[in-house]
Design a protein around this ligand. Sequence first.
Ligand code: ZN
Length: 182
Amino acid sequence: MASHTDYMAASRKSKQQQKTQETLAILIAGVACLTISIYLFGIGNYSLGLLFFAPVTFGAFWILAVEVETRCGVITKTTGRPCRNVTYGLLFGCSASHHHLGKFLTRIGVQKRALATAQQGSGQAFTNVMQPSITGNPSGKAAAPILVKIDEDKKAKVGYWLMVITSVATVVSTVTGLATLH
Ligand SMILES: [Zn+2]
């Protein structure tokens, strides 16, 4: 009979496979769009070139945001240590009670809601709320209370900024492409 650990390992493996397949599909679609985009730029159709370039940067953003295997890294007051669980993408934490949304809300700087989510999740109020230091959120300098810190290695930090750049690039390419389309 399969033990709980076996089941967990199998479930993690199938999740890994699913994420690998999704990443591959995105990469293939990305290469196709990039090829078309380069061709369009070559023949001087910059508007359509940009519109085909947007899915390339969006694909890169998506892979970084929800596909790459990484560590959760959420530090909460209850544990005081970075969570070692595996999670997918740099945007959300692992499936532990409030890590998933907590990391995301901290990322986008919605600290009050992150705090509320944490209190729901842990069933206790945070009396001594942590101050941000390594939140990966540039506006984290503010004195606002914050639920979690995110412990990240260099790779994850670089990934986070690539995520910001690719999302901006996607919006800029789409808007510019549409605005100049005629
Ligand atoms: Zn976690």
